[in-house]
Design a protein around this ligand. Structure first.
Ligand SMILES: Cc1cc2nc3c(=O)[nH]c(=O)nc-3n(C[C@H](O)[C@H](O)[C@H](O)COP(=O)(O)OP(=O)(O)OC[C@H]3O[C@@H](n4cnc5c(N)ncnc54)[C@H](O)[C@@H]3O)c2cc1C
Ligand code: FES
Length: 448
């Protein structure tokens, strides 16, 4: 019954219903007690019962009203994502492959078993596993869900993937998974995926204006957010600010413009860093999306809308994110109003990892990789446990290498680890994320 009360959106209705429910429960209980004891109307027991019913009614009403205070809280990701529908890997078939820009292609995935798929919170991602010829083991990568799963008939997930070229001026190989997706994956290819997950999401039901800021392929979760808000709460003011090099590299331009045409609460600002003459009517300003654009143009528009505050959602390259976060902070926007997700490629994340500090004992640590039957000596400078394992020819699964996706999670059987940065994903009880951790105790035993 209390869960049902929680479903009532209007605080007044919930207050009345909660008061009535609490009052009825206590009145019924009191009536039974009075009946059993055969109490007289003028007796103390009778008066106590009446007062108890009144107090319960008032208390219930107050509790019902208090529950309305949680309306603007972010929902629990797992509950809303219904991810219990499957727990490990589930096969998906590629139904469509659509080129969105010079670099980005979308893949529409439907479950091979033909059963329902759970919805997800706008901004969450899917983790996929690819068997790539020439790779010693499956490659696991994480991709944001780039569409809104608008109704139960739309049983497809959409991933939109940027082809990662080799870094300019280097002889490093191009991105393994993204190039395989672009070049080899076709309609009909089977791709195993884990359930939607992630803590970077918007709550469409909130009333506070939201500013979605992205560059490049960072647009993917923003489309999902903009569509979900337009569908579920079209009065919510949303600014969609996106940066691209020029029209050829601008994915989803028409799709986003179409949502804005149907929903006047969605305001779009496209900024091109190197526009071509043919782009003339398709962008709003020239340069990079930066904090100055937000401060000079978007915040005054938010203020004009009558709201002193907004939520800011950021997604894009690590450099873009860092600059935006620093800029928003300098502009006085509190951290609690800024949410972000970094797409930093798996190998990039690894190569820019901070040097590791020594464990508390200062002399290194013994790490027992229980499943592999290896006991190895970790020294400060050996990096994260994941990097150390790889350097010793162990091949743990990983994807983001940033503590987001949980792919590297493994059970800690003994000892302690410490995190280089706080994990974004929540590891299970007794498990740790080895991509961002290092030993804290002198002996660590991992189920790996
Ligand atoms: C939560 C989340 C959501 C994401 N959503 C999306 C999305 O919607 N769309 C999207 O396109 N991507 C997304 N990503 C990024 C995606 O997961 C992959 O990281 C990306 O596709 C690159 O993977 P890859 O296998 O192609 O490249 P990798 O093989 O991992 O290489 C990454 C880059 O490093 C370079 N490189 C190769 N070897 C080295 C080396 N030894 N040292 C340094 N650099 C090297 C490669 O040339 C490449 O440029 C997301 C990431 C996260 C964490
Ligand atoms: S690899 Fe993603 S959390 Fe560790």
């Amino acid at each position: 019954m209390f869960e049902e009360l929680n479903q009532i959106k209007s605080p007044i209705t919930r207050m009345i219903m909660a008061g009535a429910a609490a009052g009825s429960i206590v009145t019924c209980g009191a009536a039974v007690a009075l009946g059993i004891t055969n109490a007289k109307p003028e007796s103390a027991a009778y008066k106590t019962a009446v007062y108890a019913a009144l107090v319960a009614t008032g208390g219930g009403a107050l509790a019902g009203l208090a529950a309305s205070g949680s309306k603007d809280e972010r929902p629990a990701p797992q509950a809303a994502a219904e991810s219990s529908i499957w727990s490990d890997w589930r096969n998906f078939v590629v139904l469509r492959k659509v080129k969105e820009s010079e670099e980005i292609t979308s893949f529409y995935l439907a479950p091979e078993d033909g059963q329902a798929i759970p919805s997800f919170l706008p901004g969450q991602f899917l983790t996929i596993k690819l068997e790539i010829p020439g790779q010693a083991r499956p490659i696991i990568r994480t991709y944001s869900l780039s569409d809104d799963l608008s109704d139960s008939t739309n049983q497809q997930y959409r991933l939109s993937i940027k082809r990662e070229p080799m870094p300019a001026g280097s002889d490093l190989p191009p991105g393994v998974a993204s190039n395989f997706m672009h070049d080899t994956v076709q309609v009909g290819t089977i791709i195993p995926a884990k359930p939607p997950s992630g803590k970077f999401f918007i709550d469409p039901q909130k009333t506070l204006p939201a500013v979605l800021i992205s560059n490049g392929v960072g647009i993917t979760p923003m489309i999902s957010m903009a569509k979900a808000c337009s569908r579920l709460n079209p009065n919510r003011l949303i600014w969609f600010v996106h940066g691209a090099r020029d029209g050829r590299f601008h994915a989803f331009r028409d799709e986003v413009s179409a949502i804005a045409q149907q929903n006047s609460s969605l305001r779009v600002h496209f900024r091109y860093s190197r526009p071509k003459p043919e782009d003339a009517s398709h962008y709003h300003s020239t340069g990079y999306v930066d904090a100055e654009l937000i401060e000079r143009q978007i915040r005054p528009e938010v203020a004009q809308s009558g709201s002193a505050e907004a939520e800011y959602f950021l997604c894009g390259s690590p450099a873009f994110l860092q600059a935006m976060r620093d800029g928003l902070k300098a502009a006085g926007i509190p951290d609690e109003q800024v949410f972000f997700e970094s797409f930093g490629g798996a190998k990039v994340a690894s190569s820019i990892a901070e040097p590791q500090a020594a464990p508390q004992n200062g002399t290194g640590a013994e790490i027992v990789f229980a499943k592999s039957g290896q006991t190895l000596n970790w020294q400060p400078g050996d990096g994260t446990i994941l990097e150390f394992a790889e350097a010793n020819d162990l091949n743990p699964d990983y994807s983001c290498r940033q503590g987001i996706c949980l792919t590297c999670m493994c059970n800690l059987e003994a000892g302690e680890v410490e995190y280089q940065t706080p994990p974004v994903g929540e590891p299970n009880e007794g498990a740790v994320l080895i991509c961002i951790s290092k030993p804290k105790s002198s002996r660590v035993v991992l189920d790996l």
